[in-house]
Each structure stands twice: as structure tokens, then as C-alpha cells.
Design a protein around this ligand. Structure first.
Ligand SMILES: *Cc1c(COP(=O)(O)O)cnc(C)c1O
Length: 385
């Protein structure tokens, strides 16, 4: 089976991990700050906080911005559930902003309309979480302008987008967001097996997240409520978690970062090749905004269901039967049973539902061979014509 995504682990990655296993530190050693500095340096951010998943990163990001009961967080329905769940962990409420039918990202126009209404009703969000779907940046300049006007904070869910650029600058550089979150799950662009990171320029947010990552404990006398009782002394000054990344994982991540530009270049090349060879099929191919240089986490085609005889399910099953591990990203979050219990229903965000009905993610990862890609294209052509 050709999967839709997979990691690429080099001999150098394996050496880096093995070296850590033989070192003094399996966790809380030097590899984590080194990895943080590499990612922050690559993206042009001041600080990075590495954690054990992007889900944890989103949770810490919300806590650092003071999200709590009575507050609201808005995100895109076309995302993995974690982008919304982070608000619920904090006791806040979630709402969604429908997508742009061209980019499948949060629509800036829909956001503006919803903010106008919310201002009238006195229920503006505290945080908006734009999700850079498939690796393409949202329209961050416009979202940032709305944040200035309506007073919300921005957490970019860039789980798909490390190595991508917006207006010629790396995603994660913090020009238009308070915080940027990356995921290092194996299907993402670079991996630590499980892992995530939050980037920010804002030192107080960085310090808060670093403390919350490790139980809310501080060893900094400046932050303590009392006097230090000796060199062993620490204080827990708030309720934190154990969201730490291990040194083993950070060593893998740092080694993978050395390949990031090659990985993204390969993904761009494969995406361009799909674009050329699928152009005449009854498919809507990914549309790229001129401001965006996608990291191409996913290559999503939308079946033009009115032009083909088969259903999406039939095409999906036929591809799987042919050994092609297609997938679907994403089931709109508001239609999940858990979110329906919170009051959302099918029909609430029609663009994301229309998109979902035809979407299909084709295999895309750096080691996908030309022959494999041709096989995917030929199989799809055979099924659709
Ligand atoms: C993968 C993903 C996450 C969660 O990442 P984990 O590292 O698995 O916790 C969150 N948001 C989006 C958009 C994702 O794709």
C-alpha cells in the first residue's frame, strides 16, 4: 500500500537518536533547547517551546493567552479536532468560521462578518485559531488587521506548514500571530514520532508555556512566592502538566530539521507534477494564493461529483483496493458527535461540508517515487474517465 503520507528517516537521524540513548540525558537534557533554537532560528521567531504533541502545544498556547471559562475561541471547521479541543480543555467555548472554497482555509470575509455580528451581540472571541490547511498559509495580514480592530489574539495552527512561507517570509516568524504551533507527528513535514512546538516573540508567553510544560514549577527566585530554602528548592506556583518532549525525540527532530528544506522542495516538486498530470480530469485541484508558498503537507483533490458516475466512497474504495492509501481531510469538526452534543449541526458551515463531500488526499511524501506517482495518476484517470 502506498500511504498518503509517511516519514523519511535517514541513517543520520538514527545515529542522532542512538547517540542520545548513550548520553547522560534521555529527557530534560541539552537536545530539547538545541531543537527549540533550530526551529525558532529557521522560522525567525525569538522563542520555541518543544512539547510532546501539537495538541499539548495548542493547550499551552491557549493557557498562556489566559483562555478560561466564559471566553470564546474560533477556529476552522476544516481541521483536525485538536484545533478546537484546546478551547474546551480550558473551559472556554468553541465556535467555527466557514472556509474559503478556493483555499479551504478559514475565510477572511466570513470571519469579518461573524466578528461584526459578535460585536453587536457582545460575544467577541478572545482567540482565533487560523489553520494553515495542507501547508498553505491563511490570509494572515487580513486576520491580523481584524485582530487589531476586534481585540482578539491569534494562535496559528501551522501543524501542516513548517517550511512554508507567506508573503516571502517563513511561516512561524510571528509577524501576524502571537503564537505559532507545529506538529511533528510522522505524517507531518518533519517528525519526532510524537511532538510539537510553539513559537513566539513574546518572552512572557514563552516563560509561562515553559513553566506549564513542567507542572507549573519554577526554580527562578524572581518568580517564587517565598525565599529559596536551598539549592534543591523549587516552587509550584500554578497548575501545570507534564508535556515535555524527550531528548531522544528532540535529537531526532534536530536531525530532521537539517532535511526540512529538501523535504519541502521534494513535496513542491511532486505537487507540481500532480498538478500537470491531473489537470484534464474532473477534479478541482489545489489553488494557491499568490502570497503563499505552501509546505504541501497534503495534496487534496476534490471530485467534481456532478461530472462523474461514481461516488466519493466508490472512488476511495477503488483506490484503496489498488493499493493506494488515499485519505480524507477533514470531516468538518462541528459534525462530530461530541460537537453536535454542544449544539452544532450539519448545515452550520456549508462550505466546509461541500468541500468535505468531494475531498480526497492523494499520496504525498518526499520518498514517493515517480513510478508510484504515475501509478496514482493512471489509476485515478482510469477510474474517472
Ligand atoms: C496533526 C494536527 C494536530 C495535532 O497534532 P499532534 O502532534 O498529533 O497532537 C493539530 N492540528 C492540526 C491541523 C493537525 O493536522
Amino acid at each position: 500500500m502506498i500511504p498518503y503520507g509517511r516519514q523519511e528517516i535517514s541513517p543520520g537521524d538514527i545515529e542522532a537518536v542512538v547517540a542520545t540513548l548513550g548520553s547522560d540525558w534521555l529527557t530534560q537534557g541539552p537536545a530539547v533547547p538545541r531543537f527549540e533554537a533550530m526551529v525558532a532560528g529557521f522560522c525567525g521567531a525569538r522563542h520555541g517551546v518543544a512539547v510532546n504533541s501539537a495538541t499539548s502545544a495548542l493547550h499551552l498556547a491557549c493557557l498562556a493567552l489566559g483562555l478560561g471559562p466564559g471566553d470564546r475561541l474560533w477556529t476552522s471547521p476544516n481541521t483536525f479536532v485538536a484545533s478546537a479541543n484546546c478551547a474546551l480543555y480550558c473551559g472556554a467555548t468553541v465556535d467555527f468560521v466557514d472556509i474559503d472554497p478556493r483555499t479551504y482555509n478559514m475565510s477572511t470575509e466570513a470571519l469579518q462578518r461573524k466578528l461584526q455580528q459578535a460585536e453587536g451581540l457582545g460575544c467577541l472571541p478572545k482567540i482565533v485559531v487560523p489553520v494553515h490547511f495542507a501547508g498553505q498559509s491563511c490570509d494572515m495580514q487580513a486576520i491580523h488587521a481584524l485582530a487589531q480592530r476586534y481585540g482578539f489574539r491569534i494562535i496559528e495552527d501551522a501543524s501542516h506548514a513548517i517550511g512554508g512561507a507567506y508573503q516571502g517570509q517563513p511561516i512561524g516568524d510571528g509577524r501576524f500571530a502571537d503564537l505559532t504551533v507545529f506538529s511533528f507527528h510522522p505524517v507531518k513535514i518533519v517528525t519526532t514520532a510524537e511532538g510539537g512546538m510553539v513559537l513566539t516573540h513574546q518572552t512572557p508567553l514563552y516563560e509561562r508555556m515553559a513553566r506549564l510544560r513542567s507542572h507549573g514549577i519554577t526554580r527562578d527566585p524572581e518568580s517564587m512566592a517565598g525565599e529559596s530554602e536551598g539549592p534543591w528548592y523549587y516552587e509550584q506556583i500554578e497548575l501545570g502538566y507534564n508535556y515535555r518532549l524527550t531528548d531522544i525525540q528532540a535529537a531526532l527532530g534536530a536531525s530532521q530539521m537539517g532535511q526540512l528544506q529538501n523535504f519541502v522542495a521534494k513535496r513542491r516538486q511532486l505537487a507540481a507534477r500532480y498538478g500537470e498530470s491531473l489537470a484534464d480530469l474532473p477534479l478541482t485541484l489545489p489553488w494557491q494564493h499568490p502570497d503563499s508558498d505552501s509546505a504541501w503537507h497534503l495534496y487534496v483533490v476534490c471530485l467534481r461529483l456532478e461530472q462523474i458516475r461514481s461516488s466519493r466512497l466508490q472512488v476511495f474504495n477503488a483506490l484503496r483496493a489498488a493499493g493506494i492509501g488515499v485519505n480524507v481531510h477533514y470531516i468538518p469538526v462541528h459534525t462530530q458527535p461530541y460537537y453536535r452534543k454542544l449544539g452544532f449541526k450539519v448545515g452550520d458551515f456549508p462550505e466546509s461540508e461541500r468541500y468535505y463531500a468531494g475531498a480526497l488526499s492523494l499520496p504525498l511524501f518526499p520518498t514517493l517515487t515517480d513510478a508510484q506517482q504515475e501509478y496514482v495518476v493512471d489509476t485515478l484517470r482510469h477510474l474517472l474517465t
